[in-house]
Write a protein that binds this ligand. Structure first.
Ligand SMILES: [Zn+2]
Length: 508
């Protein structure tokens, strides 16, 4: 049956004119037509109507970089720190049930207007346990109805987070004997999933999920600090063979930037390029410290970047050069990295932060408009997913991934009638204003609630399970002892001169 999704404003995309008092005709999971609500309503009197004159209708947003979790790091007690220390602080996190991680995290995203997400995921011990865990995660994703590029990855080096290659051994040698022994025992590589077993498991999963309409298996190697060149090459070969994609973290922290010249004789992205990994099927998360040469390389190879402004601020990584990405024509998307400015996974806030952080202070520097950031969160994300032409816009033939936003609160107490609906949405809407979400034409959020499961029950179940889950006291204590040594380790690295892209203030 046809559905007419109506709104005071229909916002088809970043570059399309907003349709006032418009509607989108949806049939069989796809968009059939857009136009004035009165015209479409007359032509399709049988269609069921969704939305109202209070609503804005927009394409589903794409969260291009995320890590699913039922509760945030802060809720687990881990404070924001520089990445290298923070990764240790996370050792205090209690184990959470996979099904609830996915159900609650995906629902939070859907309720902030996100209809597709890239979830970089991990392993759960040996191959058998990991296979069961991934199946559980994918089944939960199916329950929520969101689209997901599910990208598991494992380490084959850098377990201590001291850098690539032999860094771990050198770092462990700086620790007092007893601490070194306990640290070795804590991060024993044999306890995780070895690279060969990971690749084998990925073979099975890529084949099993190849034809799913909304879920896709991606390779999610954590980053060049934790994945050796040889492992990266095997991942690239396998991803190509399966028509899958790769996403990894590159140049997030300042110390990751320093790793390029220190270990690979140049920029990190250049190193990945030399390995043959860059290209339209490859995306990086962060890219805060990309040099001009790396940005040119991103653009030339079609490598996409997920800009995660909240996470970059929270972990003191810095501010990614969004204006330079856009000027160079880099495929740029937006991601929440499960670490957002208000700790609530609100994609509207994330878009707003991306917009605000790139506001340069002079007339001769570029600065993004709301539509530029909207383009990143929709069409940019679609291109990163390899779904340009079916996602990221409302147009005939595109998938019916739509979001209805109740504009009552953003419009209160008054809005001039001529104000552009897209600007209003970008400047004022919040996740709490989203009422309904369609993915592939399926109604997955109705009146603010998921349709595939009982959210109230899931929240209660999580609270009950966590009340009975013990705090990993030993791991936490060990992390607290190691963090000062990590600070000393990275603090000793040489800092070359930093040349800023813009100057935001001045001493004199
Ligand atoms: Zn991340």
């Amino acid at each position: 049956m046809a559905t007419l999704v109506r709104g005071r404003w229909v916002i088809p995309g970043a570059d399309d004119a907003v349709i006032d008092d418009g509607a989108v005709l949806v049939e069989g999971g796809a968009i059939v037509a857009l136009g004035a609500f009165d015209d479409l309503g007359r032509a399709h009197p049988q269609a069921q109507v969704l939305g109202s004159e209070r609503h804005a209708v927009m394409p589903g947003l794409i969260n291009a970089h995320h890590h699913s979790a039922a509760a945030s790091h802060v809720q687990h007690g881990a404070p924001d720190m520089l990445l290298e220390s923070w990764l240790k602080a996370l050792w205090r996190m209690r184990a959470t049930p996979t099904r609830l991680d996915i159900l609650l995290s995906a629902t939070r995203l859907l309720k902030s207007g996100v209809t597709a997400v890239v979830d970089l995921y991990g392993a759960a011990g040996n191959a058998e346990a990991t296979a069961a865990d991934w199946n559980e995660a994918l089944a939960a994703y199916e329950t929520t109805g969101i689209r997901c590029a599910f990208g598991p990855g494992v380490y084959d080096q850098g377990f201590m987070g001291a850098g690539p290659g032999d860094c771990d051994a050198a770092f462990l040698a700086t620790l007092p004997g007893d601490l070194a022994r306990r640290a070795r025992a804590m991060r024993d590589p044999e306890a995780g999933l070895p690279a060969a077993a990971y690749l084998e498991l990925m073979e099975t999963f890529c084949k099993a999920w190849r034809d799913h309409p909304r879920l896709a298996m991606w390779y999610g190697p954590p980053g060049p600090s934790w994945v050796s060149d040889g492992f990266f090459l095997k991942i690239a070969e396998a991803a190509r063979r399966h028509g899958s994609r790769i996403q990894t973290h590159v140049s997030e922290s300042y110390y990751e930037k320093l790793q390029g010249p220190k270990f690979w004789g140049g920029d990190t992205l250049r190193h990945l390029h030399d390995l043959g990994i860059t290209g339209p099927d490859f995306s990086i998360a962060h890219g805060v410290w990309m040099t001009d040469t790396e940005i040119e390389l991103l653009a030339r190879t079609g490598t996409a970047v997920s800009h995660n402004p909240s996470s970059n601020l929270r972990l003191r990584a810095g501010i990614a050069p969004l204006n330079a990405f856009l000027e160079a024509g880099v495929t740029t998307a937006i991601g929440t990295d499960s670490t957002t400015i208000n700790d609530d996974e609100d994609m509207f806030a994330e878009m707003r932060l991306a917009l605000r952080l790139a506001r340069t202070p002079t007339y001769h520097e570029p600065a993004p408009a709301p539509a530029d950031v909207f383009r990143c969160a929709t069409q940019g994300g679609a291109r990163l997913l390899g779904k340009e032409g079916t996602l990221g816009r409302l147009a005939p033939g595109y998938a019916a991934d739509l979001v209805l936003v109740d504009m009552t609160a953003p419009c209160r107490p008054w809005v001039a009638p001529e104000v552009d609906g897209r600007d209003l949405l970008l400047y004022r809407a919040k996740a709490a204003d989203v009422t309904d979400v369609l993915v592939d034409g399926r109604h997955v959020i109705r009146d603010g609630r998921p349709t595939g499961f009982d959210l109230h029950d899931a929240v209660a179940e999580l609270a009950a399970v966590m009340a009975a889950t013990t705090f990993p006291e030993d791991a936490h204590r060990l992390a607290q002892e190691i963090i000062p040594h990590i600070e000393a380790w990275y603090g000793a690295w040489e800092h070359p001169e930093r040349v800023p892209r813009t100057v935001m203030n001045a001493r004199v």
